[in-house]
Design a protein around this ligand. Structure first.
Ligand code: PGA
Length: 252
């Protein structure tokens, strides 16, 4: 596990974007596993900036998103398809045919899950998986208590996640209760993983993920078993780890 400490959100975003851009440069047709939420926004802004300067080329990049709300169409402003279009895809030269995201409107759950797993397999797996971390330790929408060995599945969101995501909706009642999510197994099969975290609200989850017991009650704790993980977080997210004297010296 390589740990990169950043001063604040902006520096965290730049350091994480550096890791993604190194992947794009080393392998121009890489398969990126991408994430939504507040955490990756700054990372995407930085990648767009480097693209606009001519330093990055997305023309052969393939991307597979982690998750999508069940019941929302790709045109719905709260959908993750819309988020990705607005915050990254429409601003770089990635090809629409190379973008994959679960279909929130598919009612047939086994059909959609197997379609999505097959896409990941047919692309040859994920080269670099970007992850945020939920306040409750979730990654993707793999909520606490789920089995580690799942592939893409339909998740019942926890109250904690619904409350955390309500800020994006007009009211909490509008937050979908279910989502399609790639599973821990899909995530762990990625060749490399980049987990980004910012802010005090993530401090406990990050501490448990990196130093706690490996347990489905903290889904991100499984990352301790992956042999190629980058953790990039800011001071506030690392605050509990630092308080406990566990923060290793910075490697880069
Ligand atoms: P956030 O969400 O980036 O909006 O904090 C992270 C997550 O829930 O995985």
């Amino acid at each position: 596990m390589r740990i990169y400490q950043a001063k604040d959100y902006q520096e965290m975003s730049r350091k994480a974007a550096n890791i993604i851009s190194a992947q794009i440069i080393m392998k121009p047709d890489a398969v990126l596993g991408l994430a939504t939420g507040s955490t990756p926004l700054g990372i995407y802004r930085q990648l767009i900036d480097w693209y606009n300067k001519g330093d990055l080329d997305f023309s052969e990049i393939r991307s597979v998103n982690l998750d999508e709300y069940k019941g929302l169409s790709a045109d719905n402003e709260q959908s993750y398809a819309y988020f990705m279009r607005t915050n990254l895809f429409s601003q770089v030269n990635i090809k629409p045919e190379n973008l994959y995201i679960p279909n929130g409107l598919e009612e047939d759950i086994p059909k959609e899950c197997s379609r999505y797993n097959n896409i990941i397999k047919s692309l040859g797996g994920i080269d670099l998986q970007l992850l945020g971390i939920g306040n409750n330790g979730h990654i993707g929408f793999n909520e606490p208590g789920e089995a580690f060995e799942t592939e893409t599945h339909c998740v019942k969101l926890t109250e904690n996640t619904i409350e955390a995501n309500a800020r994006f909706f007009a009211s909490i009642d509008e937050v979908p209760k279910y989502a399609y999510s790639t599973g821990i197994k899909n995530i762990m099969q990625a060749k490399s993983i980049l987990l980004a975290a910012s802010g005090k609200a993530k401090a406990e989850a990050l501490y448990k993920a990196l130093y706690g017991p490996i347990s489905p009650s903290v889904p991100a704790s499984i990352l301790q078993l992956h042999n190629n993980v980058y953790i990039v977080a800011d001071e506030a997210a690392f605050s509990l780890i630092r308080e406990k004297g566990l923060l290793p010296d910075q490697e880069a």
